[in-house]
Ligand binder design. Sequence first.
Ligand code: OGA
Ligand code: MN
Length: 276
Amino acid sequence: MGTTTIQDGFVAEITSREPVTEVVEDVREALLAHAVVVLREQDLPALAQAAFTRLLGPLEPASDMRNHHPDSTDVMVVDNSGRTPIVGNQWWHSDRSFLPEPTHYTVLFGRTVPPSGTETVFADMVAACRRMPAPWRTALRGALGVHSYDRLAHLRAESHRAPVQPDYAVRFPPVRHPVVRLHEESGAAALYLSELCLTGVESERGTPVEGVSVDGLHAHATAGEFLYRHPWRPGDVVIWDNCRVMHRAGELRPGVARILHRTTTAGGPPLPAVPP
Ligand code: OGA
Ligand code: MN
């Protein structure tokens, strides 16, 4: 099979250059062993991207309906140059962690990107979990993270130059997810964090967790040793498992158009794992 490992257990590239729609089984297989899968030199019309994504799991509608593609409400246009840049993407996050059942896979297609100089950065949450400070192993047993839509609601309103949607807190009340999360396909434990959404960490009883802070968790999990920086080229398709990685957009250059098409699949409720 034409799959090459870029970082062991973390990032792989499918090197066959066949259209992504022709190598769905290879993609599925690569996603079992790796958190991020890259394909190059693709041409993926919006409807084909939606159809392909549906083969990976239940397709979710675009997460911000003000930015969907003209051909499909299931494809979100991530455009730094338009009137509504997706600002939240510059914070470390896992897609839609503010939902009781967050996104499983995200597929991003590089529609219009400069030949070099733009990145999406990924952090390996399984490696970060494996190498966490020893005292956290006990402290994080059964710990829950509080994921809130607050910051995203304000960032989105700002980028749309619109008032914060008044019903957001009713539509998206804060949810609690395990801080150490089970990756169901492999049985691995992964840290489940987000600079965008995670507002607190508490024990099962709702009391503070001694010796662990939200900032400390993020600082550990985004250390250089856990990172892969994807250098975007036109026609790239990047697929990732939101249970196993956090990600964020790299530096965006004003005046340089970078347009990505994004589709996602729904996942189930995050399950807890015992810290390794
Ligand atoms: C996303 C995202 C990162 C980027 O689309 O979910 O976080 O580099 N994108 O734009
Ligand atoms: Mn994202």
